[in-house]
Design a protein around this ligand. Structure first.
Ligand code: SR1
Ligand code: MG
Length: 418
């Protein structure tokens, strides 16, 4: 930890005053800067710094898990992986991620563009705000980051170099391996849920062999399938946006893993928000239009992701997988196109399973979603959670019964009226 010290507003002002491009962005002398620590995530410090001319956001890793405290140490190296992933995502998607102004490896600190008037997407969705650009932007983000870091686009040596570059992010992967794929299905000290109505679900699931096999298959895929560079934590708390502009933030969980894990995170968080809407409406039916928007947008995201990924594959067949020369000949092009569709179908099946795992962990595991947590009426909250759990269990155990996004959204709609 040579050179590391967690920042406070006073120390941060002195530090930033020594970085020329940041000083220029903020303007004026440091005593005219306002600095506030605003981090409300599970892991890090986040400061907003404003000067007479402009502002920046500063994210610094702590040597432990903020949500739990110093008893759970966590390596500072996650800032290195976040910086590397952000740089790669910026190269592949341009303005869909915040600009990096400065990175300090010793301090585990990244100075970034201040996103204003953007808000965290999860908060907007709890408030019923529609985001007409989101489907187009997130489908582009996923298609480009996943396709261009896969064997479909990269030569084998470059793909292996990427695997090596992210191989050390083991502590963050371990959080996922434990908190998503293991703990919710066994007695674990960190599990928690507030609705006593869920006791029976948790108890039943600890005896559910089908569910344990299904989640273990997903965990194995997560551990062993280095398909592409993942964001690794692509939920609606990792998106800051306005109706006109979308930015994906926080890729500290980045590593080379199965593509369905990122796509599944988006699916899970849209479904959880859909189920949570019952807890946020004042009059019954008040949020019907918004529920419609949530599911319609989820359908667009998945449809557009598939179309964009396929288009990238057809136009950039530059990887060592499926070499173009192999498919020259009479029916080569047609066979390759059939195979591309089959590839996308397999990716969708993975997505359904990973989405289910991500829904379950947010209800029975350690880290919850404010979509559900902010529901004041405990009974309504328990009803929303139980519906989400019931759908998620079926998606995980019977993923083949959900061959399209519409089969998922239809099941979610039915779950509310049954
Ligand atoms: C102990 S960290 C818990 C969760 O917070 C992050 O946002 C990830 O989702 C992680 O699983
Ligand atoms: Mg995060």
């Amino acid at each position: 930890r040579d050179g590391y010290a967690p920042q406070k507003p006073e120390t941060l002002a002195a530090y930033l005053s020594g970085i020329e491009n940041v000083r220029r962005i903020l303007g004026g002398p440091p005593d005219q800067w306002s600095i506030m620590e605003v981090g409300d995530g599970n892991l890090n410090l986040v400061f907003i710094v404003k000067g007479p001319v402009g502002g920046v956001a500063v994210k610094q890793a702590l040597p432990y898990v903020r949500l739990v405290g110093e008893s759970w140490p966590l390596p500072l190296s996650r800032a290195h992986y976040e910086h590397m992933a952000l740089s790669e995502q910026a190269r592949l998607t341009g303005a869909l991620v915040p600009k990096i102004h400065h990175y300090d490896e010793a301090l585990a600190l990244i100075v970034m563009e201040l996103l204003e008037p953007h808000i965290i997407m999860r908060r907007g969705m709890i408030g019923g705000v529609e985001y007409p650009r989101f489907a187009a932007d997130i489908s582009t983000f996923m298609a480009r980051t996943l396709y261009f870091t896969s064997d479909l686009a990269l030569a084998a040596d470059r793909k292996k170099a990427l695997i090596a570059a992210f191989a050390g992010n083991t502590a963050l992967c371990k959080i996922t391996e434990d908190l998503i794929f293991t703990d919710p299905y066994r007695v674990a000290a960190l599990n928690r849920w507030t609705s006593p109505q869920l006791d029976a679900y948790a108890a039943r699931w600890r005896q559910d062999g089908d569910l344990k096999v299904a989640v273990s298959r997903l965990k194995l895929k997560f551990l062993s399938s280095a398909e592409a560079m993942l964001h690794g934590d692509l939920h609606t708390g990792s998106v800051m946006l306005t109706p006109e502009d979308t930015r994906v933030i926080d890729p500290e969980f980045a590593f080379m893993g199965p593509m369905g894990f990122d796509v599944g995170a988006i699916v899970a968080n849209f479904l959880l928000n859909f189920f949570a809407q019952d807890g946020h409406e004042k009059d019954s039916g008040e949020r019907d239009p918004y529920r419609g928007w949530v599911l319609a947008t989820l359908e667009q995201i998945i449809d557009q992701f598939r179309a964009k990924f396929l288009e990238l594959w057809r136009e950039n067949p530059t990887g060592d997988a499926y070499p173009a020369s192999l498919f020259e000949g009479v029916d080569g092009a047609a066979r390759l196109e059939i195979e591309r569709q089959a590839y996308m179908d397999r990716l969708w099946t993975d997505t359904v399973g990973f989405a289910a795992a991500k829904m379950i962990r947010r209800i029975l595991g350690l880290a919850h979603n404010i979509d559900l947590e902010w529901i004041e009426d405990k009974d309504r909250r328990a009803t929303c959670e139980a519906r989400a759990l019931t759908l998620a269990r079926d998606m995980m155990v019977n993923a083949a019964r959900y061959p399209t996004i519409r089969s998922v959204t239809d099941a979610a709609r039915r779950m509310r009226v049954e």
